[in-house]
Structure formats: C-alpha cells, structure tokens
Design a protein around this ligand. Structure first.
Ligand code: XBP
Ligand code: MG
Length: 253
C-alpha cells in the first residue's frame, strides 16, 4: 500500500470561510427575507454543530426560535438557503476570504509528487467553485479529480458518506488516502470510513477533541513560517510537506 490521494474539507480547512463568508451570508439572506433573525458570532459556534446550511437553519429554529411557524417551512428554508448561497458567492467573488497558510503550496507540491486530489465537503458546490476560482484561478478546479459537495450524499458529516463517495469515485481504499479537516464533525466523518486525518484548527474548532488524528496543527505552515503542533509526535519538520505526509502515512496508515 502507498499514499495515493489527499482529500480536503473546504470550510475552515482550505479557508476560514465561516465568519466572513457563511455567517455574513446567512444574516444577509435573513434580512432580505424580512426576517428578524440575526445570528451572532457567539451563537454561530453552537450552530456549527450542525453541518449543512439548510439543516443549520432548521436547527436554529428549533433551538433559538421555536415559536416561529410557517405553512411550508421546507420550501422557505430552501429559498432562504438559495439566496444565502448567492450572497456567499458574491462575498467570495469580492475576494473576502484568502486560503489558509500552506494550502496552495501543499496543492502544488502534492500534484508535483503525483498525489491525486479531491474535495469532501458539506457546503454547496457553487460555494466550492467560487472559493477555488477566486483564490487559485479558474484552471485550479481541474486540480481535483472529485469534488463531492453538499447534497451529493444523503447523510452529511459527521456521517462518513461523503468520504465513502470520494473513495468509490476514485476507486481507492481508505488506507491509500489522507484527509484534511478542521472540525470534530469532519474527523468523525473521515474516521467512520477508516480514513486518517491531519487537522488544522481554527477559531471555531480550537476547543474540539480530535480523537484519532495523526497530527493536530495550528496551520499547514510554510518553509518560512513554522506550524505549531497542538497534538502529535515531535518532528524535525516545520511545515506540512509531502515528505512529512509520507512519514505520517508510514506510521499511521
Ligand atoms: C461546512 C458546513 C457548511 C457551511 C455552510 O462544514 O457545515 O454547511 O457552513 O455551507 P464542513 P452551506 O467544513 O465540515 O464541510 O450553507 O452551503 O451548507
Ligand atoms: Mg470544515
């Protein structure tokens, strides 16, 4: 067995999209629907327990706004979410969210080393396209052999469906890939189909417990910008290179 592919989560892993992208877009959509719902950053920490924007809106109503009623809630949620996606894409097209440290470098290094790349995310396909195109250029969509996003599977993370979907499409086994995640829901999803993960934490996930992670980092690092190991073995490496990934793979996969 050898390492053949890297599978990347998007939100919180490739870029810190939640606060300046998704949260902003949800609130803009609520306003345009003349709803008095305002999600604070503090509330959003809890709302992020549920992946997928449509399910998150329903979770909000149940937890924070139970008295709200509507004849056709399903339809309303879908319409709000469609507008939220438009707002999000607009924000991303304005270049509001950069890629996280080391992400672009790792994509290029991995491609050069012959590793196959894929995406496994709960967010909507339009959102992934917008982020990739605006941060890496139009042609970068072609970096990824499979982009598994949103409702392409029945059960969203923390279920393992999206990772299994990618494995099936790429005709790979779970011990031939490494996942990149930022959250508990993400690592539980990868773990549940037997995929090992590298974690990069962010403001919304630094308190999460990452059982089974090969390593937990503050970010992927760069040759001139060392990462910090939050959890994991000491290493001579100072940034997440393909060499370091091969070492992690030999040890854990
Ligand atoms: C990301 C999500 C997404 C986004 C919102 O989780 O949960 O729902 O927050 O996107 P992960 P949509 O990084 O674990 O994939 O509104 O398009 O669902
Ligand atoms: Mg994520």
């Amino acid at each position: 067995m050898s390492l053949k592919a890297l599978i990347f989560d998007v939100d919180g892993t490739l870029a810190n999209t939640e606060r300046d992208g998704h949260l902003k877009a949800f609130n803009l959509a609520f306003k345009e629907f003349n709803l008095d719902w305002v999600w604070s950053n503090e509330m959003y920490y809890h709302l992020l327990d549920v992946t997928g924007g449509k399910l998150r809106i329903k979770y909000y109503l149940k937890k924070y706004n139970p008295e709200f009623s509507h004849d056709d809630l399903e339809n309303l949620v879908n319409s709000i979410h469609a507008l939220k996606t438009k707002k999000y894409v607009h924000l991303i097209n304005n270049g509001i969210v950069p890629l996280r440290t080391g992400v672009k470098r790792l994509f290029l290094e991995a491609k050069k080393a012959g590793l196959r790349l894929a995406i496994a995310t709960t967010t909507t396909p339009d959102n992934v396209n917008a982020l990739i195109k605006n941060t890496l250029g139009d042609e970068a969509i072609g970096f990824f052999e499979v982009i598994a996003a949103g409702d392409c599977v029945k059960n969203l993370k923390p279920a393992g469906d999206v990772y299994q979907f990618v494995l099936d499409k790429m005709q790979l086994k779970n011990n031939e890939v490494i996942a990149f995640e930022d959250s508990k829901n993400g690592i539980v999803s990868a773990n549940s189909v037997g995929i090992n993960s590298v974690i990069t934490i962010n403001q919304y996930t630094q308190h999460h417990i990452f059982n089974g992670a090969m390593v937990v980092l503050d970010n992927l690092g760069e040759p001139n910008k060392d990462f910090k190991i939050i959890k994991g073995d000491k290493t001579k490496h100072t940034f997440l290179s393909v060499d370091y990934l091969q070492e992690l793979y030999a040890r854990y996969c």
